[in-house]
Design a protein around this ligand. Structure first.
Ligand code: NAD
Ligand code: DAU
Length: 374
């Protein structure tokens, strides 16, 4: 894989994946990150890797729904592989504003597929890898796990848009022979996650002595996967997975939300005891737990059966939930400046400074593209 297009590389998992790639001794290729720089993007997350591998790691501001620009970039960079992370990813936002989800997750994926089909024709030495979610399978009862053969049953606008994109990706394989793979994974956690998802919301609120919001009764179950394990699974599928095949990725980390939040509180008590944190005003972290109104259509339980990935490609997760939680809490504590920047709107200012505002994407690839490339 010589030139890899990563979409959404300024996001949580995309940036972890790019850092993971450049840590692999055998990786000699080049990465081009296409990112629209939405609220969830964070250029700082790639600062170090971009500085260290200047010649091999480039970012371009690009909305994947912009067919013309995506086509031009395929021609300019001659990608051998696409790793497609870019998406609107937050379920709550999809409930209150589904439009962007339909645009980016469905139309954006379509635009990439079309560009890949045009650029690659009958090439078989290429790969289009699509990152999807276990949420496409719906909600489980007390028992059972999602397998790759579980029928799709998405419940939220987010998961419905991801399901639609999965179907499009597979359709391009069956219809046009595009060499695609898909991975459907469970809830990721780890460094650089945007503070809207459960884990960073709770962690940051706890440090600041604010309520820790738990939806409903807190008994919804998620299967937590450390983000670096997800990255290693994706790389394994790209290199060893069979075109036209789907692989589930899980962390053996089933836990109720209430248990997880208590686990974060325990990890914090060890690292920054509540007795030494003035914001707590004499309370313990767990005292901040607050049950709030439930999410509409809240899926009850997710659990992943990743035996296909283990059996066929020899992958399994390496970081247990207790260890992963400690690492994540420690990362946020020692990267508080990142948290402050992400929450302060500094990135909008950064965007203004570097790109002259959202409307001005005239400096495009193929033309005067320099202002877009970092
Ligand atoms: P994220 O929200 O942290 O990052 C998304 C990135 O995509 C951002 O950098 C954003 O600017 C970019 N983006 C959004 N719309 C774009 C567009 N139209 N054009 C170009 N770039 C655009 O997301 P994440 O949590 O890192 O998730 C990455 C992928 O993994 C998504 O496809 C998501 O569905 C999937 N996934 C996430 C999880 C999880 O737990 N976070 C679990 C399973 C699957
Ligand atoms: O399962 C994979 C999915 O995991 C990904 O496809 C999504 O992109 C990702 O956002 C994540 O979706 P969830 O909805 O499961 O993640 P979230 O962190 O929003 O919520 C996790 C659980 O915690 C869920 O049951 C809702 C609950 N929750 C969430 C928030 C933000 C709370 O109880 N309180 C909160 O404040």
């Amino acid at each position: 894989m010589r030139t890899i297009l990563v979409t959404g590389g300024y996001g949580f998992i995309g940036s972890n994946f790019i850092r993971y790639l450049f840590r692999q001794k055998g990786f000699k290729g080049r990465v081009v990150n296409l990112d629209k720089l939405t609220y969830a993007a964070n250029p700082d997350s790639l600062k170090e890797v971009t500085a260290k591998f200047k010649a091999r790691c480039t970012s371009v501001k690009c909305d994947i729904c912009d067919h013309e620009l995506v086509d031009k970039l395929f021609k300019k960079y001659r990608f051998d592989c696409v790793v497609h992370f870019a998406a609107e990813s937050h379920v709550d936002r999809s409930i209150y504003g589904p439009k962007d989800f339909v645009e980016t997750n469905i139309h954006g994926t379509f635009s990439l597929l079309e560009a890949a089909r045009a650029a690659w024709a009958d090439r078989k030495d290429v790969r289009f890898h699509h990152i999807s979610t276990d949420e496409v399978y719906g909600s489980l009862g007390r028992t059972g796990k999602f397998k790759e053969t579980t029928p799709y049953d998405p419940r939220s606008p987010y998961s419905a848009s991801k399901a639609a994109s999965d179907h499009l990706v597979m359709a391009y394989h069956h219809t046009y022979g595009l060499p695609v793979t898909i991975s459907n994974c469970s809830n990721n956690y780890g460094p650089y996650q945007f503070p809207e998802k459960l884990l960073p919301v709770v962690l940051i609120n706890a440090i600041e002595g604010k309520p820790l919001p738990i939806y409903g009764d807190g008994k919804n179950v998620r299967d937590w996967l450390y983000v670096e394990d997800h990255c290693s699974a994706i790389w394994r599928v790209i290199n060893k997975g069979r075109p036209g095949r789907t692989y589930n990725v899980g962390g053996d980390g089933e836990m109720t939300n209430l248990e997880l939040v208590k686990g974060i509180c325990d990890a914090l008590e060890k690292l920054v005891p509540s007795s030494e944190n003035k914001a707590l005003k004499g309370k313990r972290y767990a005292d901040l737990i607050t049950f709030v109104k439930d999410r509409p259509g809240h899926d009850r339980r997710y659990a992943i059966d990743y035996s296909r990935l283990r059996r066929e490609l020899g992958w399994q997760p390496s970081v247990g939930l207790a260890e992963g939680l400690c690492r994540t809490v420690a990362w946020y504590l020692s990267n508080w400046q990142w948290v402050t920047l992400v929450r302060s709107g500094e990135y909008r200012k950064w965007e203004e400074k570097n790109y002259g505002g959202r409307g001005k994407t005239a400096a495009r690839a193929g033309g005067r593209g320099r202002r877009n490339a970092r």
